[in-house]
Design a protein around this ligand. Sequence first.
Ligand code: CMC
Length: 429
Amino acid sequence: MSVAKLHLNGRDIELPVTLGTEREVGLDIGALRSSTGAITLDPGYGNTGACTSAITFIDGERGILRYRGYPIEEIAEGASFVEVCFLLIYGRLPNRAELDEFDEKLTYHSLIHEDMKKFFEGFPPSAHPMAILSAMVASLSAYYKQSDEDLNIIRLLSKAKTIASFSYKKSVGQPFMYPRNDLSYTENLLHMLFAVPAEPYQVPKVLDRALNLLLILHADHEQNCSTSTVRMVGSSQANLFASISAGICALWGPLHGGANQRVIEMLETIRQDGSDYQKYVRMAKDKDSGFRLMGFGHRVYKNFDPRAKILKRAADEVLTELGVSDPLLDIAKNLEEVALSDPFFIERKLYPNVDFYSGILYRAMGIPTEMFTVMFALGRLPGWIAQWKEMTDEPGTRIARPRQIYTGAPERHFEPLAVREKTAELVLA
Ligand code: CMC
């Protein structure tokens, strides 16, 4: 199969077919408008491929997710987040020397310019840390030349966790904790979040393992809303920091990465309302209520979200190891059970997604609710960077510029205000 035929206005047009590695089929409509005058219409892009990409493969029907060909289950079991960053960005697993060098660079670029610390003073303590993260990531472009692309990738990966931790410290009124070069990437993040200058802080192994897993599971997810935003902004040749900052803003929305915060807020509301989760299932089924079960459903996964499966097990293990008993976890499990056996959810293939369990885990780890989406952003950074790099390295990349079908008024002619007033007076008289 190499071409598809489209019959339009009495003509047959041939559309070349592009086949992916896993035999996904794409109809190349590059010549559609020039040969027919028509465009495709696909609001929400459910049927539109915006690029070819060699980074991440998802088969939503079979619950498959692979980074550079490696199944997420194997990566989650055996890799470190830093290894995953290397894999996604450079396309292959590093050898020992490469990993050590990469790790060392990440360690030595983690400080932010001292002047940037003053920015934090300008934000109110109630500022959402996603607002701070996006603003500060865009601001990095004021400090580092656009031409240092390779180094800027390292700087961004390394400094984002420092910015994220400082934004948390700002919100609780504690002094900023500087990174320590003797700690690993994930240990450093936990140290900057939870240590205080008044006493020594030993990073608990269980938290380090859980954080490593969470960051890995969020590391890439092909052309989702925030990644498409990064590519969209980057296609205008905006710099790396500006493009990623735009992705952070896109991630913030409650239908995307902001869902993890909303999951916990929803579970908390249910708990305060007497834990009557059935009532909320009923509300989710009632279209007029405007309520959705947060952490359920996915545009691509129609069977199960493999990341949610891994996280569900991890949440049980980590909570047991930490000795945390969380009433919200029980509500979450009940909600999941009811929703999965209810025809409304079965028919619509609505399964718990990654945000459903990540919220419970972050909460058990002592990470405040408003920081959840920031943690997602830190995990997604290597994916955004890899996608941005793949796009900018591709010689044929054009500026992203969708078309539209116009449904507004047909041509009409402008009348000056005085004439419009006169017409209005005549109508009223
Ligand atoms: N609760 C109740 N009903 C739902 C839900 C939900 N969470 N999600 C979808 N539906 C219903 C929806 O009303 C529609 O029903 P009908 O066909 O009768 O009109 C049907 O399922 C299809 O929904 P859709 O809105 O067309 O699906 P979509 O692919 O456009 O949206 C989604 C996907 C993830 C935005 C949506 O499922 C949702 O809003 N979920 C809750 C928010 C959430 O958890 N987001 C995190 C997504 S995973 C991580 C990430 O991407 O960042």
